[in-house]
Design a protein around this ligand. Structure first.
Ligand code: GRF
Length: 222
């Protein structure tokens, strides 16, 4: 059990949740998942958390008069669980300053596109329809603009002309499942620092050997 504690926000299937929980369980991420907060009753992610013995909190956004009121309740649940980091994994609500101010620089998200391209919903279909040759996913810090904060890691996948959106979506999801645990590992290890628009990662050039997932930087000339 590690002292670093993650709270996850999710609304749906929870395949990213599961990839993170698996990485925590096998020691790749030196952390614990203190709580899963979900806003959709009956979401599959709730069952996935229960199956792993991870505490869950169901908070229905429709029970609140405003986004800020909902966010305050979510922040209360995260704070009560003592989380150090909030990871949004398929959370279908836009978060506001009411939550972000409670976890400054400590909220991250995964978006299924190579930001800043294709922000917002249906990013994979937008990329496929646009005719891109390379699509991908981004893990980034969250600020008050949607899909905008400083980028931690990105992963790329190829797209063939005319491929349908569901094929592209599956390929991106597979890279998400590698990317998000990697980003959370770096943060849990205390190696990640926000520097304006940039995210600095200690020892970044030493990790990763796959050319399509945030390729390691070439050694600096001396
Ligand atoms: C993922 O594609 C994620 O990037 C997006 O929503 C999807 C959630 O999938 N924000 P899952 O619930 O993790 O399976």
């Amino acid at each position: 059990m590690s002292g670093f504690s993650i709270g996850i926000l999710a609304s749906g299937t929870g395949s990213n949740f599961d990839s993170i929980a698996a990485a925590v369980a096998d020691g790749r991420i030196p952390a614990t998942i203190a709580v899963l907060v979900c806003n959709r009753e009956g979401a599959a992610v709730l069952d996935k958390a229960r199956a792993r013995g991870i505490p869950t909190a169901f908070i229905d956004h429709r029970a609140f008069p405003s986004r800020a009121a909902f966010d305050a309740a979510v922040a209360d649940a995260l704070e009560a669980a003592g989380v150090d980091l909030v990871a949004m994994a398929g959370f279908d609500r836009i978060v506001t300053g009411a939550l972000l101010a409670r976890f400054p620089g400590r909220v991250v998200n995964i978006h299924p596109a190579l930001l800043p391209a294709f922000r917002g919903a249906h990013a994979q279909a937008q990329a496929a329809d646009y005719g891109v040759a390379i699509a991908g996913a981004t893990v980034h810090f969250v600020d008050e603009d949607v899909d905008h904060g400083p980028i931690i890691v990105q992963g790329a996948v190829p797209v063939a002309p005319g491929e349908d959106a569901s094929t592209v979506q599956k390929r991106i999801l597979a890279v998400e499942h590698r990317l998000y645990p990697e980003a959370l590992r770096l943060i849990a290890e205390g190696r990640v620092r926000i520097d304006g628009r940039f995210v600095r990662v200690d020892g970044r050039e030493a990790i990763g050997d796959e050319c399509l997932v945030s390729p390691p930087l070439p050694p600096r000339p001396r």
